[in-house]
Design a protein around this ligand. Structure first.
Ligand SMILES: Nc1ncnc2c1ncn2[C@@H]1O[C@H](COP(=O)(O)OP(=O)(O)O)[C@@H](O)[C@H]1O
Ligand SMILES: [Mg+2]
Length: 456
């Protein structure tokens, strides 16, 4: 009988099986078995000689090489990478289909091809499609090499000759070591591991495109992140022109950086003036819209939060949130009901952060509360008022970090009033002659400040 070269291993408990099973017999989880290559058994007994023991090195004697960085030709991308491309690193660029991964990497490849040997391994599109894209982008990529191949072993020779390799995409390539289909967890992991070995042994730099699965993770359950040096993630709605590139992991730089890009027919371009992108024209006229200075990756951007309330037709009220964590919205609604006396139990609530941006930090809490209060009262908030602060369950407003930077951005964008946590007031006093500061300790104070009771 032929010896099995692959086995199926449960990602949850490590159970191994010679064939695929839908449910792991050991831990009972479904769909967790992935194919893996079986390592050849070690031959003979391992001899451990005292001479082969590893020696520890004192820290002061450890030497290191300074990372050599080169520009990708797109300054926003360089910022996200932590100052440029590091030679011999593996960079994963993830995102939804159509977000612009191939476009961005085509532009990078054509820039690099001017001075280096660059291979574009296109497993998804034919060479002519890539060429058409290059022409559309007006990319001068005469010396770029194209290879349309899905089998990694067949492409290995060409990969070995290049300095920079773009793999588009990791889900479309496969290795002969496994029998499962391209795109399966086992294949993706094995292919990435193979590319990593090539990158580290031959000093080749890889840019790898990874599609995001339905669950929103890169190629299944984060199988790739630990192998990569840098993981970048493209955010943005397919219908919106601007996209945000965020570093999720970076061994050579900060993960605080983001890049803002605009997608046009001629390609994708870094935006330096991004401040007004996330604001609408209806601001100040329609109820339910409030602007907050949001700190996203070392950059402060003014983002408009829009809310809409409708009477619940029947049964449970609906809550829907885009751009703000759903659970956070539910908590803030509860705080408004209990601490500020709003009655939202018969209202459907819809929330949207403008421009498809995701607000991950708690400083948007107070602005969400302000937008909800504005929608509930049908009273618009002044166009030149910004709001920021974290909200606690007791209805208190907590201080946030980067308060000065936020107020400074409000001043820069021409805002005239900012509602901020009392705890941050002292740090922002210096802006007092440029902008009106409204410090608040409780959410109810913010509501009073924004919607003063009408005098009869
Ligand atoms: N011929 C074209 N003219 C203008 N824009 C195009 C054209 N083809 C594709 N695009 C734009 O480029 C985007 C696809 O970019 P692409 O880099 O292929 O995405 P991904 O590789 O992330 O799936 C599409 O969303 C579309 O808006
Ligand atoms: Mg693509």
């Amino acid at each position: 009988m032929r010896k099995a070269t692959t086995q199926f291993v449960c990602a949850e408990c490590g159970y191994t099986s010679p064939k695929w099973l839908g449910r792991c017999p050991d831990c009972g989880k479904f769909n967790t078995l992935a194919e893996e290559a079986v390592a050849p058994p070690a031959t003979g007994k391992k001899q451990v000689s005292p001479l082969s023991f590893s020696k520890a090195t004192p820290l002061k004697e450890v030497t290191y090489e300074k990372y050599e960085r080169i520009s990708s030709g797109i300054s926003e991308l360089d910022v996200v990478l932590g100052g440029g491309i590091v030679r011999g690193s593996l960079v994963l660029v993830g995102g939804d289909p159509g977000v612009g991964k191939s476009t961005l990497l085509t532009q990078v490849a054509s820039h690099l091809a001017k001075a280096h040997r660059v291979l574009y391994l296109s497993a998804e599109e034919s060479c002519s499609q890539v060429k058409l894209r290059c022409e559309r982008l007006h990319a001068d990529a005469g010396d770029m090499l194209l290879l349309n191949e899905t089998c990694l072993e067949n492409a290995e020779e060409e990969i070995g000759k290049a300095e920079y390799v773009i793999v588009d995409s990791i889900q479309a390539v496969y290795t002969n070591a496994l029998t499962s289909a391209a795109g399966s967890v086992g294949q993706v992991r094995e292919c990435a591991a193979k590319l990593m070995r090539i990158a580290k042994s031959q000093g080749i730099t890889f840019f790898i495109v990874g599609h995001v699965t339905k669950e929103g993770t890169l190629a299944g359950p984060k199988v790739l992140e630990h192998i990569m040096d840098t993981v970048l993630y493209f955010e943005g709605e397919r219908t919106e022109n601007f996209k945000i590139l965020r570093a999720v992991k970076n061994r050579f730089g900060s993960v605080q950086e983001v890049g803002v890009f605009e997608m046009t027919g001629e390609g994708i371009f870094g935006l330096t003036d991004y401040s007004a992108l996330f604001l609408s024209d209806a601001r100040g006229e329609a109820a339910g819209a409030v602007v907050t200075p949001s700190e996203t990756g070392n950059r402060c951007m003014m983002v408009e939060i829009q809310t809409l309330m409708c009477k619940t037709a029947y049964g449970l009220p609906r809550r829907m949130s885009l751009g703000v964590d759903f659970n956070r919205l539910v908590v803030l609604i509860a705080v408004l009901e209990k601490r500020c006396g709003l009655n939202l139990s018969t209202q459907d609530v819809y929330l949207n952060a403008m421009g498809g941006i995701k607000l991950g930090e708690p400083s948007a809490d107070l602005a969400v509360c302000a937008a909800l209060a504005s929608a509930d009262r049908m009273a618009p908030v002044d166009k030149y008022t910004a709001v920021f602060g974290e909200v606690g369950l007791t209805g208190e407003v907590r201080g946030v970090n980067f308060a000065e930077k936020r107020v400074n951005e409000c001043v820069k964008m021409g805002f005239q009033r900012v509602v901020l946590p009392e705890k941050n007031r002292k740090a922002c006093e210096k802006f007092r002659d440029k902008i009106e500061l409204v410090p608040v300790t409780y959410v109810s104070q913010m509501i009073k400040a924004l919607f003063p009771p009408k005098k009869i």
